[in-house]
Design a protein around this ligand. Sequence first.
Ligand code: MD3
Ligand code: FE
Length: 214
Amino acid sequence: MATLLPRDPAVVAPGAVHIPGWLNLDRQRELVTACRDWASGPVPMRHTRMPNGSQMSVQTVCLGWHWMPYRYSRTADDVDGGPVADFPSWLAELGRDAVGAAYGARDESYNPDAALINFYDASAKMGMHQDKEEKSLAPVVSLSIGDSCLFRFGNTENRNKPWTDVRLESGDLFVFGGESRLAYHGVMKTYPGTSDPALGLEGRLNITLRVTGL
Ligand code: MD3
Ligand code: FE
């Protein structure tokens, strides 16, 4: 008999769907390899510098479009001015699979054109924020690999309560569309040492796929 354990697929809020273990171990390993390649350039993975001079604890590299506070560019204007790596068609295909899995209907018109690859070491976290640099309200696809984390999914009004805390583990898919697209969210902490040794990854990777509308 199926039991309603927290690791079953869950609609956390309207349009916000969490599918634990969506990526098998082989798929996760392929993505780790791809992330290592993307992190090496042309634009190197780095800590994003915020307008107040502080640096994010997370390290990021982008595909398709480069995100910086608070706009997208085809060149990494806040790093070395270099051109952003192409967004591969296989990754857009994976995004369509993800949206189909979350909403139960494949949308062939879903065509993400930007990816942010975030790396969390043992102490990295991400404060509550909205993703609103995209001109499109199409869903954001999030893939988690490596160490587990405590993800906080908030409301669309402000960064305070109410929120829902969800543990994200390696292989988990989360899709944020509809009413959830502009919700505040953040990563409170990771759980160092929880990554499967077979992945060969110390730390946590998160890949988000977005439609910039640019
Ligand atoms: C909800 N990344 O890159 S992924 C980000 O795990 C970001 O690295 C986190 O927030 C991470 O902007 C969280 C989950 C996520 C991503 C985008 C969203 C949740 C979202 C956009 C809208 C609503
Ligand atoms: Fe975000």
